[in-house]
Write a protein that binds this ligand. Structure first.
Ligand code: T4K
Length: 402
């Protein structure tokens, strides 16, 4: 069975089916139902937030947060993120201004943000990349002093934070994703967290077309509601949350041991005192490695390990952003390096620590026989003139071949 980055974590099916039965019996399928409310309360409590507004996905959560906080004109975001961060604002006619990432956790910070804030900037969306730390209070200071809105895209960051951190949220709102591939999934889903009660009320109206009662529409809304079956999935998976973190942590430890002695490969590690969901295993392939990141991804693909190179090639090089550049492309050297070096390895409950050990062994053998591997890859390229994936598939296992 292939090992994928992104295999869903699925809780106890019988409990989920029981919840579905309840939904069918009640006849209440959507529109702020009891399961959604229960799910919102649970997520708010885990996230130490006063309010949680559940919606249909993380992208819509970003769109609603941006609209509710009146973002307009230009908004500073990282280029090193999933493209949804940019699309959510561009869809509303807002132009993203790309800030470079800084520090070791692949996030924008106060220096990189200050460098690109201009007279048209209305806000900043900072991404808690991989759920690892970000300089919240410094970003809050920068945005507050320039009178800018601040949103955190925390799509990766449920159940992450400093153990002794403040019991409040930073910025105006924080956005979560519960997509099938996320640490906690509701099939599709998302949420907006905020400590601002008035903002939460506005968001609840906005996700339901602006309806404040029968026939009374108070503002511009859309259909962003989470359905009851999605909330039922979320509640069921929440009961299993500790097991998911436990397995992720064990897998991460196994990977750490497996790559510790590999020259040129390291894993991102959380700092002491930080609680991490370990949702992503982020390997960095440095120039000192005998094989570059793309070659290693191809080796793993050929071994049925579907590793990924998130967030290649960087949003600023994707459409429509790359074509919309009106002046020089942004200078994002740290982003470019991350795009070239990040390799995400499979984890989650579908992966066992033993799989991580074996993946480490594949990487080790490939690096030991780097010349042979490069030869096979070159041959494949000559034979097919192909894109990497197509070049790899007919070749089968590198390890049996070389
Ligand atoms: N902000 C950030 C920082 C984000 O990372 C994301 C989403 C968002 C905002 C937006 O949130 P949502 O609107 O999505 O709620 C995935 C996810 O689709 C996406 O949710 C996620 N970030 C992103 C980082 O990763 P891909 O490109 O990895 O492809 P996908 O979804 O096709 O799945 C990857 C692998 O997972 C496949 O090889 C097979 C496996 N898989 C996938 C699904 C859906 C399964 O085994 N079962 C499944 O049901 O995007």
């Amino acid at each position: 069975m292939p090992l994928h980055v992104g295999r869903p974590n699925i809780g106890d099916r019988d409990r989920f089916y029981r919840r579905l039965d309840q939904i069918f019996s009640s006849g209440w399928l959507s529109n702020d139902g009891p399961m959604v409310r229960e799910f919102e309360e649970a997520i708010a409590s885990i996230s130490r937030a006063r309010n949680c507004v559940a919606v249909c996905n993380g992208t819509v959560a970003l769109q609603l947060a941006a609209k509710a906080l009146a973002l307009s004109d230009q908004v500073v975001i990282p280029s090193f993120t999933f493209v949804a961060t940019a699309h959510a604002i561009r869809w509303q006619g807002i132009t993203p201004t790309f800030a470079d990432i800084e520090g070791c956790y692949h996030a924008i910070g106060p220096k990189s943000v200050s460098r690109v804030v201009g007279s048209q900037t209305s806000g900043v969306i900072a991404v808690r990349t991989w759920g690892l730390p970000i300089d919240d209070s410094a970003l809050e200071n920068v945005t507050a002093s320039a009178n800018l809105a601040l949103i955190f895209d925390s799509a990766h960051a449920l159940a992450c934070g400093w153990k002794d951190g403040p019991r409040r949220l930073f910025g105006g709102a924080e956005v979560l994703s519960f997509h099938a591939t996320k640490f906690l999934n509701t099939f599709e889903g998302g949420a907006i967290l905020t400590d601002d009660d008035a903002l939460a009320d506005r968001l609840r109206l906005m996700r339901n077309f602006g309806f404040a009662g029968f026939d009374r529409v108070e503002l511009l809304g859309l259909n962003g509601k989470m359905s009851e079956p999605c909330a039922a999935m979320g509640l069921t998976n929440l009961e299993f949350l500790n097991e998911i973190v436990q397995r992720n942590t064990e897998n991460h430890q196994a990977y750490s041991r497996a790559v510790a002695h590999l020259p040129g490969i390291s894993l991102l590690q959380p700092p002491a005192g930080y609680e991490w969901n370990h949702q992503y295993v982020v390997a960095l392939v440095n120039p000192s490695c005998a094989l570059d990141r793309d070659s290693l991804v191809q080796v793993l693909l050929a071994e049925n390990v579907l590793a990924r190179r998130y967030f290649f090639p960087g949003v600023h090089k994707m459409e429509p952003y790359v074509s919309e550049e009106t002046h020089e492309p942004p200078s994002l050297p740290v982003t470019e390096r991350a795009c070239e070096s990040v390799m995400i390895l499979p984890t989650g409950t579908a992966v066992q620590p033993n799989d991580a050990t074996q993946i480490g062994e594949i990487l080790e053998r490939a690096i030991d026989r780097a010349d042979d591997v490069l030869g096979v890859l070159q041959k494949a390229k000559e034979l097919t003139g192909a894109k990497p994936r197509a070049a790899v598939e007919p070749l089968g296992s590198f390890m049996n071949r070389t």
